[in-house]
Design a protein around this ligand. Structure first.
Ligand code: FES
Length: 138
C-alpha cells in the first residue's frame, strides 16, 4: 500500500524545487539525515509523494506506519521541530488522526501526510514510543 488515499480529501502540497535537508532525531538525538534532491524524489513507497515518511524510508530511517501511509492510523506521528512553516497544511482527516497519537504537540504531524516545500531545512523528531513499537514488532 502507499501513496494517496482516494477516500479522503488530500491537503494541497507543493513539492520541492530546490535541495534541502531533513535531520531526523529520536527524543532529540540525531538518527539520520536526508539530502533531498528535487529532481530525484522517491516515486515509490508508503505515504504521499514528497512526504516525510517516504524520505525517511528511502534513507533506511524507520518510522512505524501501520496503515501503509494512507492517513488511517496515528503510528507515523512525528514532531516537526524546525521548518514547520515550509510544510503543507494538515487536512482535517490528518488532524483527527494525529489527535489519537500519544504526546501530541502543536507541531505534531503524520509523517505520511506532511510534505515540505523545500524552502527550509527541517528537524523532525520521531517519538521513542514509535521506535519502540517498531522494535517490538520485529
Ligand atoms: S501511516 Fe497510518 S497515518 Fe501515516
Amino acid at each position: 500500500m502507499g501513496g494517496d488515499n482516494p477516500y479522503i480529501d488530500q491537503a494541497e502540497a507543493t513539492l520541492p524545487t530546490k535541495a534541502f535537508k531533513i535531520t531526523f532525531t529520536a527524543d532529540g538525538s540525531p538518527i539520520g539525515e536526508v539530502e533531498v534532491d528535487p529532481s530525484a524524489l522517491p516515486e515509490r513507497g508508503d505515504g504521499r509523494k514528497g512526504s516525510l515518511l517516504r524520505y525517511a524510508h528511502a534513507q533506511g530511517i524507520e518510522i512505524d506506519h501501520a496503515c501503509g501511509g494512507v492517513c488511517a492510523c496515528s503510528t507515523c506521528h512525528v514532531i516537526v521541530r524546525q521548518g514547520i512553516s515550509s510544510c503543507n497544511e494538515a487536512s482535517e482527516e490528518e488532524e483527527d488522526m494525529v489527535d489519537l497519537a500519544p504526546a501530541v504537540e502543536p507541531d505534531s504531524r503524520l509523517a505520511c501526510q506532511c510534505i515540505p516545500d523545500g524552502t527550509q531545512d527541517l528537524v523532525v523528531d520521531v517519538p521513542s514510543w514509535n521506535r519502540n513499537a517498531v522494535r517490538e514488532g520485529g
